[in-house]
Design a binder for this molecule. Structure first.
Ligand code: WT7
Length: 654
């Protein structure tokens, strides 16, 4: 973010207090802050008792005797799927719609809680018949279809662990995730709909499982795309056959609160994605609490829609676990926002009378570019709460969101959190907080956030610093799968002292004159492209894995729509310099990155250069490359080994 926009964020003077009517009917009241302040751990214990069904009630709340390894509600037992399904049916809400699903080509299905429960019971029996039990890992590689939810909940019901891999990731990314977690089973589909076409998924699974020995014994295939698939007899099974053969009854057993629920891989500063581990009781308590209070959920009357893919953490917490634990009715949409026309999302809001809508700033900005005429054609008057997640939302986009989508009245909650935090950590509460564009504002009740300087002391407003979470929270990650050292090193080594552990989030932040938190983006080598996290090193590794590349450096450059965009600088191998034009090399390498990692990582630009700016110790100075990529005056080059390099690069690119 430029200094200019930080300044304007810090001096944002517009305020949007809740209307008296909204405040009167709001789920969250100001007393929540008082209760959490009076006794933080007891506050979470009360939430966990109130919001969840416990097979065996807990007596211990937080065990922080072995930091940074936390245990919440450790002697309690629960079944996560039972909490999301059976108990709603038993409470008489079986006929309530859980999912209004809309396929991209226009087919649709509405699934009630009773139907979803029955389907998950069958699926759990089918998985058990394939040998899946407590602790086993199951990889899920599916489009946004109801079966993705069924598969996740069936795994959870058995006390097993899912690892959902976003359907846009490549075979290579899928393979490394399957291997890292030693998954026994993969659940996929023939294909799914995207941009008016079926994109196949099964070939990536086949490729991921080919070659070297694999831990996977079976592949379950959902029929969705109706496209042809290759079949490995004895390994591959159709989902519908397996479910039809399975028993309809399945009794949910309680598992201990710290039973692992899922692994979700996310990019870090090194090339290898981290398997973020989440467990059951604390995670479910905080996602249920935040989903209910941040979005002001009235489950009997609201229709909620979160546009995230289930392959990301937003999909895990706010499509699957939060809404279903709270018995909400939600919309789920398979395809892209502009297919078959650019008003598709608004058409769905009108069709299902969506009242709570949660999406990412990058989407808002691309709609803003298309103009108000498009949403203006639809009746969006059902909307009463709007949410934003994934990256900072600039005040201009915030105001447009409120006016063009929210009818000039709907509150916007800007929610800050991460794959690692599991659930929302910083956000306004819509009936309580006076909203301010461009700021996530306030830590939620029960969450302790500090902004620290490099030296670990608290900075005073309006100083900027690094964001830390100063007390353990229920949905916190419990580790990095198979790598406790990396867990300690990445998150807990920077600011912790003996007896005082602080979680380092990797984000820069300011506190403004009112004490509101303004997020300023990552401070490490992690980019944020369309609200998705990408590692510069992972993309650099993909680039140098191509035979024409000698060296590569990647930066995240500011982009009007996607927040940041991937920009790469490569040096070709000397024998290649003549064989490829810069343009050919760029085309080849953009495609290569998409194939290695997935289309989201495809660089916006690949520049062929003859040198990279390095310090005397050989470290690439990405900051200078970022100046070039963003078309800025080049910063201080005095620490470069060869200070003329930047001039050569920028001359060449002009
Ligand atoms: C990173 C986490 C949380 C689900 C989606 C992304 C950035 C997230 C905000 C926000 C400013 C935000 C941070 C964070 N981020 N939400 N409201 N305002 N920045 O999850 O892939 O784990 O990425 O996204 O930089 O560290 P993720």
């Amino acid at each position: 973010m430029s200094t200019n926009s930080i300044d304007s964020l810090l001096h944002e003077s517009r305020r949007f207090p809740p209307s008296a009517e909204f405040a009167a009917n709001a789920v969250a009241k100001p007393e929540l802050y008082d209760a959490a302040k009076a006794d933080r751990t007891n506050f979470w214990a009360e939430q966990a008792r109130e919001l969840l069904h416990w097979h065996k009630p807990f007596t211990q709340t937080l065990d922080w005797s072995n930091p940074p390894f936390a245990k919440w509600f450790a002697d309690g037992e629960l079944n996560v799927a039972y909490n999301c399904l059976d108990r709603h049916v038993l409470a008489g809400n079986g006929e309530r719609v859980a999912i209004h699903w809309e396929g991209e080509p226009g087919d649709s299905r509405s699934v009630t809680y009773a139907e979803l429960t029955a389907e998950v019971k069958r699926a759990a029996n089918a998985l058990a018949a394939l040998g899946i039990g407590q602790g086993d890992r199951v990889a899920i590689y599916l489009p946004v279809i109801p079966e993705a939810i069924v598969a996740m909940l069936a795994v959870a019901r058995l006390g097993a662990v899912h690892s959902v891999v976003f359907g846009g990731f490549s075979a290579e990314s899928l393979r490394s995730r399957i291997d890292d977690a030693n998954a026994k089973l993969v659940i996929t589909a023939d294909g799914g709909w995207r941009k008016g076409k079926v994109f196949p998924l099964k070939p990536a699974v086949d490729a991921a499982l080919s070659g070297a020995a694999t831990s996977v014994t079976n592949v379950l295939v959902v029929k969705r795309g109706e496209n042809d698939v290759e079949w490995t007899e004895g390994r591959d099974l159709w989902w519908h056959d397996a479910l039809a053969a399975a028993d309809a009854e399945h009794e949910a057993q309680g598992f201990e609160a710290e039973n692992p629920l899922y692994i979700l891989y996310t990019s870090g500063t090194t090339g290898k994605p981290k398997g973020i581990l989440h467990t059951s009781g604390g995670y479910l308590a905080q996602v249920a609490f935040t989903h209910k209070n941040v979005f002001d959920l009235h489950p009997a009357t609201d229709v909620y829609w979160c546009t995230a893919d289930v392959g990301w953490v937003t999909g895990h917490s706010y499509v699957v676990y939060g809404p279903l634990a709270n018995g909400a009715t939600q919309v789920m949409y398979e395809g892209t926002p502009d297919t078959p026309h650019p008003g598709r999302w608004w058409e769905l809001i009108e069709k299902y009378k969506v009242s709570i809508f949660y999406t990412a700033p990058t989407a808002i900005r691309s709609f803003m570019k298309l103009g108000r005429e498009i949403p203006d054609k639809f009746d969006l008057s059902s909307l009463r709460v709007l949410g934003s997640v994934g990256e900072p939302i600039n005040p201009e986009a915030w105001i447009w969101y409120r006016d063009a989508i929210g009818g000039g009245t709907a509150p916007i909650v800007d929610t800050w959190w991460q794959t690692e935090t599991g659930a929302i950590m910083i956000s306004a509460l819509p009936g309580v907080t006076s909203l301010k564009p461009g700021s996530a504002q306030t830590p939620l009740p029960g969450i302790k956030i500090d902004i620290l300087g490099e030296d670990g002391t608290r900075v005073d407003p309006p100083q900027g610093g690094l964001l830390v979470v100063s007390e353990p929270w229920p949905a916190m990650l419990r580790g990095i799968w198979g790598d406790p050292e990396r867990f300690k090193e990445t998150y807990w080594s920077r600011f912790s002292t003996e007896g005082d552990y602080k979680y380092f989030a990797g984000d820069g932040a300011h506190v403004d004159q009112d004490g509101d938190i303004v997020l300023l983006g990552r401070v490490d080598d992690v980019m944020n492209v369309s609200g998705h996290r990408l590692s510069t090193q992972e993309i650099e590794s993909a680039l140098v894995s191509h035979p024409i590349v000698a060296e590569a450096a990647v930066v995240g450059a500011a982009d009007e729509t996607t927040g940041q965009a991937v920009v790469a600088f490569v040096i070709l191998r000397s024998d290649q310099e003549k064989a490829q034009t810069a343009e050919e090399a760029s085309t080849i390498l953009r495609a290569h990155v998409a194939e290695q990692i997935g289309a989201i990582a495809r660089p916006r630009q690949v520049f062929v250069v003859s040198e990279l700016p390095k310090t005397r110790s050989g470290k690439i100075m990405r900051r200078l490359l970022q100046d070039v990529a963003e078309g800025r005056e080049i910063g201080d080059t005095t620490t470069l080994a060869d200070s003329s390099v930047m001039q050569i690069i920028s001359d060449k690119l002009k």
